[in-house]
Design a protein around this ligand. Structure first.
Ligand SMILES: *[C@@H]1O[C@H](CO)[C@@H](O)[C@H](O)[C@H]1NC(C)=O
Ligand SMILES: *[C@@H]1O[C@H](CO)[C@@H](O)[C@H](O)[C@H]1NC(C)=O
Ligand SMILES: *[C@@H]1O[C@H](CO)[C@@H](O)[C@H](O)[C@H]1NC(C)=O
Length: 371
């Protein structure tokens, strides 16, 4: 009896030890270099601590999906393109902890012209969106994304992530094509859609037709030294129901020829949300087409009837001067708060807006600013 118990006990210990070893093997990559030139190479390559991605075309309708072991280094050593197909995407997805991704200036080419019809996500053909789904912590550096079908990056990092020295070039989508009825062919081509915490995006260039950055929820997000060209500016929002946004820093960015430079948009229909601690410093904007700064609680309408379901507090322009020039037919600053929805004292001492006409500000907590 005792012997049999001991055999069972030993077996149990053995099973526990071996499953722990298997789990460890799965998450800790080996000391080797994997190489990817087709989707078939992925499963072997991700067993290695270093993974090189060579030039190849991902077959139409498939996601290039990299699920990496902790601490993996990935090097892009060629350009990746994707077959044409009308489907939901994403085209590329990456997950893992402590990842170092070196783009080395190489390109993910989304093949936008095949999809663009001026309608983005609002109609026309189904477009892969987002194009790039980033679910890593660590660093993502020196990557170019060319011609995304619709939205570019969706970021949901599990721990701290730095994204730097990136290029998003959707500038070709500024032009109409045969499908777009005279409108810019690219539409809803958001640069970064972010619902996350502990994210830094810096030293990047975004040329597109929608938000350069859109923060939908989260905290400790910094966006600095980026250049946004052609789109809808740097946005917090839109803010839906039951979300919290706090501790957002927008610093030293350059915004060129956008609809507005800096915007906070909360859905008129939202309830139970709060947005606080939005700090703008050292941003420079020229050629704004509609507004310099737009804070609007009536989204998706512009300056419509605002809702009351999002508490908005501590929006500040402090530190280095924020300098914004708007076009002659644009408004400088418009603030459209719901009743009692904007609270506290907002220090706007480091904001200068020139050109156009003053907008309407319906909140009296803004200090040290006149337009
Ligand atoms: C995708 O379509 C575009 C035309 O929009 C074409 O130039 C390109 O060669 C196509 N790509 C592939 C892989 O067939
Ligand atoms: C904020 O996020 C950055 C990454 O962007 C991270 O390095 C830092 O530790 C975070 N701060 C806190 C207080 O978690
Ligand atoms: C407002 O935000 C700034 C910058 O994030 C912070 O230093 C300050 O403590 C906040 N003030 C309030 C009243 O929350």
């Amino acid at each position: 009896m005792i012997n049999r118990m001991m055999v069972y006990y030993s077996l149990l210990v053995l099973i526990i030890i071996s499953s722990a070893a298997i789990a460890l093997a799965a998450s800790t990559p080996s000391d080797c270099t994997g190489s990817i030139s087709s989707l078939d190479d992925i499963s072997d390559a991700v067993k290695c601590a270093t993974v090189n991605i060579n030039t190849f075309t991902v077959p139409a309708g498939k996601t290039f999906d990299l699920s990496l072991g902790t601490g993996t280094t990935v090097n892009l050593v060629g350009d990746v393109s994707f077959g044409n197909e009308t489907w939901e995407g994403p085209l590329f997805q990456i997950s893992g902890s402590g990842i170092t991704f070196n783009g080395n200036g190489h390109t993910f080419d989304g093949g936008g012209p095949f999809y663009w019809d001026g309608q983005g996500g609002n109609g026309g053909v189904t477009k892969p969106a987002p194009m790039m789904k980033i679910k890593i912590s660590g660093t993502w550096t020196n990557v170019k994304v060319l011609n995304s079908p619709e939205r570019v990056y969706s970021v949901s990092n599990p721990e701290a992530l730095t994204m730097s020295q990136l290029i998003i070039d959707n500038s070709l989508g500024d032009r109409p094509n045969s499908q777009s009825d005279g409108q810019p062919a690219g539409h809803n081509t958001d640069g970064f859609d972010v619902s996350t915490t502990n994210l830094l995006i810096e030293d990047s260039t975004i040329m597109n037709q929608d938000d350069c950055l859109a923060i939908n929820k989260g905290s400790n997000i910094t966006f600095q030294r980026n250049t946004c060209s052609g789109g809808h500016g740097i946005s917090v929002g839109s803010i839906s129901s039951d979300v919290t946004v706090s501790d957002i820093t927008i610093t030293d960015n350059t915004i060129i020829n956008n609809d507005q430079a800096l915007r906070i948009k909360t859905d008129a229909s939202s309830t139970g949300s709060s947005v606080s601690g939005i700090t703008y410093s050292g941003n420079t904007a020229t050629g704004m087409r509609q507004f310099g700064v737009l804070i609007d609680q009536s989204y998706p309408n512009t300056l419509g009837t605002p809702g009351n379901g999002v508490q908005l507090s501590n929006v500040s322009f402090v530190g280095s001067e924020n300098t914004i020039a708007v076009n002659s037919d644009a408004q400088q600053v418009a603030v459209n708060c719901g009743i009692d929805s904007c609270t506290g004292i907002w220090d706007w001492s480091a904001l200068t807006v020139t050109g156009g006409t003053p907008g309407i500000i319906n909140f009296d907590g803004i200090q040290e600013f006149t337009q």
